[in-house]
Design a protein around this ligand. Sequence first.
Ligand code: PMP
Length: 416
Amino acid sequence: MSFSAEAFKRQFPLFAQPENQQLVYLDNAATTQKPQAVIDAICGFYLHSNANTHRSSHRLARLATDMVERVRGQAAGFLNATSAREIVFCRGATEALNLLANSLCSELQAGDEIVISTAEHHANIVPWQMMAQRFQLTLRYVPHTAGIPQFDRLSEVLTARTRIVSLTGGSNALGLRPDLQGIARQLRGRQLHWIVDGAQLAAHERVDVQQLGCDFLVCSAHKFYGPSGIGLLYGREQLLEAMPPWQGGGEMIAEVDLYTSHYAGLPHKFEAGTSSLAAIAGLGAALEFLGTQDREAMAAHEQQLMAWLHEELAEIPGIRLLSQPQHNLGIVAFAPVNGSAADLMHWLDGRDIAVRVGHHCAQPLIRAAGETATVRASIAAYTTRNDVEAFVQALREYLALAETPDSEAPQRGVEW
Ligand code: PMP
């Protein structure tokens, strides 16, 4: 099956709005745009079946409950989990990682070890730091060179006390996609839990948790054309079964007495309170939508644009390219040699080219690269050749103007 980014893009109504006709949207690692089917599903939920789940059994409540459990089944299929009981709905990858950190670490002993990497998003660093402080655990990092983790040397930091290894499935700052099979090989046979932060990965590749052999995987729907406010935690059933709940409240109990409670079974034990029901309806539509696409062709298209961008940017003097095209999920990251990344971003924004500037919630990585802020252009399947060409041309223009000493030069000194 061949893939047309132009035809794919036509399914995303934001791009058809009059104010967005010229928009070049290259901030997909932050969030993707939504296809009409997802927008319709969210509206449809509120129009036709809005009620809270489980609490009652009237017609609308049944519709809402059936919808949630149907989407849970779809999500299990999306990640190839063995059962829908292994899928917990969360607000996003951040909440899923906080759930794991709080629940798993409360069972550890002082001195037990957690391994993460310098390429993690803050969502996969800060919760572990908090737990390490609370429970006197030791945080270790995969060996790295200038911040780039050497995942093939992971085993060097594993000890008899390692209980949790929580690593990215793809860096949101550099696009770097670790060899997950290589990580799996190093972890095989050890008494620890392997968590994959799949927030970026799930947007660009088919994820098969059984084939990966991970214990847990987290992701956010808004990164793969679904709504914000909803994400997935996959966990092996027997592990989730044994873990204590994190948040307490309605929906997660079987029975509440004055001083103790009995918790509900999986996966409801981990879903306290009312979920983002309309977002779950939107997630269902996103999964159905993705299910009808040729994901391999989508990925091949993204890889082609990403490789082309790297080739072009490698030729441009005046920037320091930080990302690499090898094992990259579709991100190009660089810093201007002179002047600030923020000035460049504002100038591009003036041409309606949306890129992101900053530390990308990956301060240890960006700092180790010797920068405080980088420019990041990130690709989705609707990104066209025209989009990336417009970006490269604008970048060249900016840098040429920056070389010009007189009044033509772009404004400097925008605060960041
Ligand atoms: N991990 C990675 C690699 C990410 O890119 C992100 C989002 N930028 C997160 C975790 C957190 O996701 P969310 O903000 O949707 O919870």
